[in-house]
Design a protein around this ligand. Structure first.
Ligand code: HEC
Length: 191
């Protein structure tokens, strides 16, 4: 064998092996028994009717979604502002709301300011509107749906959203109590 041929032989071998192996996939599919591994019986999305639950079963657990209007008009707050509720509400508020609405809810979170989130009046959860015009259900609905820059917080479970609502109410009560009216101010100055 000439030296040139000897050098070419391993190359031809490797080439042959590559071609043989590349064909393998198709060969496997030709064996009927293997085919089942590639083509299984499956139902694709929307291919069949949705299954209806058997008669007599009761809808349980799965929470319904309420848009803002529905939450505002249909939902009532099931919680009372107990210490436990407020404690949990504070944890959640500090986790999900504080960056935009601020620690006290005044709309001055760290992401609000020049070249950042514009300080919209609705960001202030201590405004007259937020205190007097927004229902508990509406605030719950804002958490569930978000609006504009505010993202929806569906990952906060239904029940937990009421705890946040209670905590927002608590912040509002605190700010109302801590801010004396003009006449009180004068009185305090006179004393
Ligand atoms: C990424 C920033 C951001 C986060 C986080 C955020 N919000 Fe907001 N929120 C906004 C903005 C912006 C508005 C004003 C939206 C508008 O007026 O359309 C707003 C408005 C609101 C309003 C007032 C709506 C109205 O009609 O006056 C409430 C109530 C509210 N948010 C509650 C919350 C609560 C509770 C959380 C935490 C679960 C939260 N937000 C988290 C940005 C945020």
């Amino acid at each position: 064998m000439s030296p040139a041929r000897r050098r070419i032989r391993p190359l031809v071998l490797v080439l042959g092996l590559t071609v043989a192996l590349a064909g393998c996939d198709d060969q496997v599919k030709r064996v009927p028994w293997f085919k089942t591994m590639f083509r299984t019986a499956s139902v694709r999305t929307y291919e069949t009717e949705l299954t209806t639950p058997p008669e007599g079963t009761v809808f349980f657990g799965a929470p319904r979604h309420y848009d803002l209007l529905a939450a505002d008009t249909l939902l009532t707050n099931p919680l009372q502002p107990t210490p436990e509720v407020l404690e949990r509400g504070e944890v959640l508020f500090l986790q999900y709301c504080v960056m935009c609405h601020g620690e006290e809810g005044a709309g001055d979170g760290p992401v609000v300011g020049e070249n950042r989130l514009p300080p919209l009046p609705t960001l202030n959860l201590l405004s007259d509107r937020a205190m007097n015009d927004l229902s508990d259900g509406y605030i719950w609905g804002m958490i569930a749906n978000g609006r504009g820059v505010m993202p929806p917080y569906r990952r906060v479970p239904h029940e937990d959203r009421w705890q946040i609502v209670e905590y927002v109410r608590e912040l509002q009560t605190r700010s109302a109590g801590g801010a004396p009216t003009g006449s009180n101010d004068t009185q305090a100055g006179n004393e």
